[in-house]
Design a protein around this ligand. Sequence first.
Ligand SMILES: [Zn+2]
Length: 512
Amino acid sequence: MFTDTLTQQWHSLDRAQVRELQGRKLHRYLRDCVLPFSAHYQKVFAAAGITAADIRNLDDLAKIPFTSKEDLLPTPEQPRRALEFVLRPDPEVLRKRPSTILRALTRGPARTRDELDREWRPTFMTATTGRSTESVAFLYTQHDIAQLGLGSGRIATMGGRTREDRMLNMFPFAPHLAFWYMFYSGIDRNIFCLSTGGGKVMGTEGNLRAIQKIRPTVLTGMPTFLYHVLSEAVNLGVRAEGIKCILLGGEKVAEGTRRKLAELCAQIGSPDAVVVATYGFTEAKLAWAECPFTPGHTPPGYHLFPDLGIFEVVDPETGKVQPDGVGGELVYTPLEQRGTVVLRYRTGDHIEQGITYEPCPYCGQRMPRLMGRISRVSDFRSMRFQKVKGTIIDFNELEHALDDVRGIGSWQLELRKANNDPLDLDEIYLHVTRASDAPEETLHAAISNMLHSQFEVRPNKIVFQTPEKMRELQKVGVALKEQKVVDNRPKATAAPHQPPPAPKCITEPASR
Ligand SMILES: [Zn+2]
C-alpha cells in the first residue's frame, strides 16, 4: 500500500521479524551515528557501563536509561543543555569510514562532502510548545526533513490520497511539528497544499475564503479550530463539496468531536468526509495516523513506522516494559534521526491498550499499531489533576466527557474563586454553545448530571454563549492553541504589588 521502498519491506512482517530487524538497525544506529557523535549519550552510556556492543536486540534496549523532558531543560550550569543532544560528527571520523571512501570513489569527493554536509548539518528546527515548561528546540538536518516528508507522506497514502487531491493546512504557523509535518506531506507526495497559518494568520474568514477558492479534498488542523471554521461555514451557508478527509492533530480527539466534525462537513455538502486523528510529538520529529475507519466501529489504532523508530509501552511507576496489549506510558527511540536525538524518551503520554502486531482489520497490514485512547499528559501535566471544590478531577477524562455530550458545540471550562478571593471557595463556570434545537434547560440538566455522576462536581454556573463570544473566550485566532480549560483562580502566593522579576538574560552567563 505504501509507495516508499522502506515500508514495502516491512509491512508484511510478523512481530518477531519486525523486532529482529529493529534490533539490528538499533545496534548499527547507536554504533555509527549516536555514540560517536552525541555528547550526552557518550556520558550516559559510560555511566551505565555499556557500549553499542551491548545493545543488539530489543530486549537489550532496557539497558539504556530513560530520557525525560526534564533532561532537556536548561539549568543555571547548562543554559544550552538541549544542544548536548545534537549529533556533531567529527569530519575526520566520517572521512576515514569505508562507506565514505567508497562513496568518494564512485561519486567524487566534492559530491560526497556535500552529501555528508546535508546529512549532518542542522538547518531547521521545531520546538516544544512549552506551556508548562520552557520550550526546547529540536534540530533537523536535510536527512530529518526527508523523514518528515516520508512519515507524513505515508499518512497521506494510507488515507488513499492521490496527486489529484488538494490540501488545506490550517495548523497555526509556528516552529511546531504539526504545521511542518503537513507542509512536507504535500511536498513529498506531490500533492497541492495551501498552508493558511491557521486563525492567527488569516482569521476564520480568511480560512473560509481559502476553502471556497481552493475547494480542498483534505482539511488538516487542530480539532477546535476546524470546528469553529466549519460551524461558521454552516452559519454563513458556505458550500464545500468534495471534502474527503479531515486530518486532525495537535490535540486529542474525543469520539464526540469526530462525530461533530463529520456532521458539519455533511451540512456543507461533504457527507463522506472521514475524520482521522494523528498522534505525534516534537521529540520524535514524526506523527502517526489512525487507519481510516467506518464511524461507529472500533478504531483500528495508529499505524507505526517500525523502520523509523521503536515504541515501547512501560509501566509508568516501575519503568518495566509491558506485554503487548497492555496499556502504559509511551517511550520512543528513533532509528533514523540526525540533528537532535533522544533515546528511550518518556513521552508522559499514556496509551490505553498498548501495542499490537496483529494484522489491521481495515487495511490488512501487519505494521505495529497503538491501540486505544492516548492521554496527552505531557501537554498539560500541570493541569491534569486538580483539586477543585475539594475533589480531585482528572481534566483529561473531563475533556473527553464534555466533547461527547450531544447537543453542545464548543465549550470552555473556567476555574474561578468566589469573589475573586484566592482564599475563598473554588468555582467552576462552564461556557457552552448549543449545537442542536434542544432547549437550554434540557442541555443544562444533561451536562450537570453527567458532571455530577462521573466527576462528583457540579458547576456553579453553566453559561450559554453565542459562537462569536465562544471564539473570543477560547481566543480563536489569537492564541496558538484554542483554550478549552482556563484557570482564572487568583494565586494566594502572588503579592499584588511585587515588582516583576528581573529579565532572565541578566542572570545568565555572558557567553550565551
Ligand atoms: Zn490499517
